[in-house]
Design a protein around this ligand. Structure first.
Ligand code: HEM
Length: 509
């Protein structure tokens, strides 16, 4: 008998058993998690490691049956078990009681991680006194009334120019739209919140723009997204060390850019960056808080609109009847320079945007609240103290129990036929948590007015000057996690003859 070999095998077995025990301890469902809701098996959450299924398909196959029956499930996300809900009754309770279901983003959940180093403690993920402080500083800039749609119109005009130029340079097929949309979204964000014209459409390939593409790829890497504990070991995973330095570079470059900014001509000094500058100068906030809030404004104010516009090009480019109806309404204004009020008077344009937000909610799922005591969600689901809870907007918006048997059909008319009626529908559906694209109650989106206006301006300009169809070779695939949108969309852009030849009944092109 070779004793040394036997001993070696024994030690190997012991190590293996210990590892299995640690793994079991790490991924086991705590006993006090609610027993009256089902569990989504852990392999569904980590599927991104071996599959590139879209989040709509994943939802349909593994989450929808359970969530439509029980209203909530236990699910693995970001290295722990959480409660995810879609039943509006449960969500009203969650969103109305921020004291019990307190906002707690990555800075609380996984403070050592790459994502936490990117976002820090900011207006979206903070709770209590910090949130009140950030809101008092930033809300005026976030909700600044935009009476002049001119600057946004100029950016959308340039965006359409670039689409036409790119199409002209292709022998066949459609334009890859996402990179151009990103440049549009960054430009609109810059002039409205950072008081700086980043000129991303005019000067492509700037470092700040490049970093966005890198950051988005880095954040949603399935292995680190699901097991953020690995971010503790950047020496073992050198790509995470790179990720940390990319996040640092982005923060530094952004601060430098806004410091160097030449004020845009129409700037009124009341943008988010101006509020943050004043608060930093008077020591109301620390440098760290300044950076975190600047970065989150930069990211939120471009990324969601970017992905919503991708979805818009997909939906309207694969359903030309809707595109034609929208064009008819837009042309009825008989101007190429509509005022904000004129754009706000168009019901179909508004309803199309709402329907896009319903079926393609950019923020499709978030698990960023933690219970501050034991609680019974909606009087139904007992949740222990210090448990992370969240919601899935795609699930709520496509649930036939909430939106009827045609819940999954794109039908803008469901929102109503006149602007006043549509406003009323948005209000009541948001309060009831039937529509949560911008969340609801105390922590709802502070940029939604701007986001909707920005979309109105861009869709106005696109419908007025272009006819587009989705490239017949393109097959729809949605992102597998994170912000929801079509991936790699290509669309064939044709300039409308009337505009091209100057036969436009309104003012100049
Ligand atoms: C289509 C575009 C947009 C969508 C779909 C969207 C969606 C959302 C959602 C779902 C939330 C809640 C997040 C949570 O529960 O943690 C939120 C919060 C927020 N959004 Fe937006 N957003 C959009 C555009 C914007 C823009 C342009 C800004 C401007 C900077 C903005 C600023 C904020 C802020 C500051 C909050 C936090 C509010 C608070 O907690 O008090 N959003 N947004």
């Amino acid at each position: 008998m070779d004793w040394s070999l036997l001993n070696f095998a024994r030690s190997g077995l012991a190590v293996l058993l210990s590892l299995l025990l640690i793994l079991y301890w790490y991924i086991r469902i705590p006993n006090d998690m609610p027993q009256n809701i089902p569990t989504v098996p852990i392999y569904i959450s980590i599927m991104g490691l071996w599959s590139d299924m879209g989040q709509d398909d994943i939802y349909d196959k593994w989450l929808r049956p359970k969530l439509e029956k029980y209203g909530a499930v236990k699910i693995w996300f970001a290295g722990r078990w959480n409660v995810l809900a879609t039943r509006p009754r449960l969500l009203v309770d969650m969103f109305r009681h921020e004291d019990v279901y307190a906002k707690a983003g990555s800075q609380k959940k996984i403070p050592w991680s790459v994502i936490a180093s990117l976002v820090g403690d900011n207006i979206i993920n903070a709770h209590g006194e910090n949130w009140k402080l950030y809101t008092s500083i930033m809300k005026p800039g976030l909700q600044r009334r935009i009476t002049d749609s001119g600057p946004l119109l100029l950016k959308s005009r340039r965006f359409v120019d670039v689409l036409i130029e790119e199409q002209g340079g292709l022998d066949s097929g459609g334009v890859l739209v996402n990179p151009i949309i990103q440049r549009w979204a960054l430009s609109c964000m810059g002039i409205n919140f950072m008081n700086v014209d980043l000129e991303c459409l005019e000067k492509p390939g700037q470092r700040l723009e490049q970093l966005q593409t890198i950051i988005k790829k880095t954040l949603f890497k399935p292995l680190f997204f699901n097991f953020p504990d690995l971010d503790r070991y950047p020496t073992l995973f050198p790509q995470r060390a790179t990720a940390f330095s990319i996040m640092q570079e982005f923060g530094d470059l952004l601060v430098e850019t806004v410091k160097q900014r030449i004020q845009t001509t129409d700037a009124d000094g009341e943008q988010v960056v101006d509020g943050l500058d004043k608060a930093l100068a008077t020591n109301e906030i620390t440098t760290e808080q300044y950076r975190a809030n600047l970065k989150v404004t930069f990211l939120t104010a471009h990324e969601n609109a970017q992905q919503l516009l991708n979805s818009a090009i997909w939906v309207l480019g694969s359903n030309t009847t809707i595109q034609d109806k929208l064009r008819e309404e837009v042309l009825s204004l008989s101007t190429s320079n509509p005022t904000t009020d004129q754009l706000n008077s168009l019901p179909y344009l508004y309803a199309v945007i709402l329907e896009l937000l319903r079926l393609y909610p950019p923020v499709s799922q978030l698990i960023n609240r933690v219970t501050t005591s034991s609680a019974v969600l909606g009087g139904e689901v007992p949740i222990p103290n210090h448990t992370w809870v969240g919601w899935n907007a795609y699930g709520v918006h496509t649930d036939p129990n909430v939106w009827g048997s045609d819940a999954r059909t794109f039908r803008p008319e469901r929102w109503g036929g006149d602007v006043k009626g549509i406003h009323g529908a948005v209000r009541s559906k948001t309060v009831q948590c039937h529509f949560i694209a911008f969340n609801s109650h105390s922590r709802k989106c502070l940029g939604q007015g701007f986001a909707v206006l920005q979309m109105k301006v861009c869709l106005f300009e696109m419908a007025r000057r272009l006819v587009w169809v989705v490239d017949p070779d393109y097959e729809l695939k949605l992102t597998s996690g994170g912000i929801m949108a079509p991936l790699g969309l290509r669309a064939i852009m044709t300039e409308r003859v009337e505009v091209k030849e100057g036969n436009w009944q309104g003012e100049d092109k």
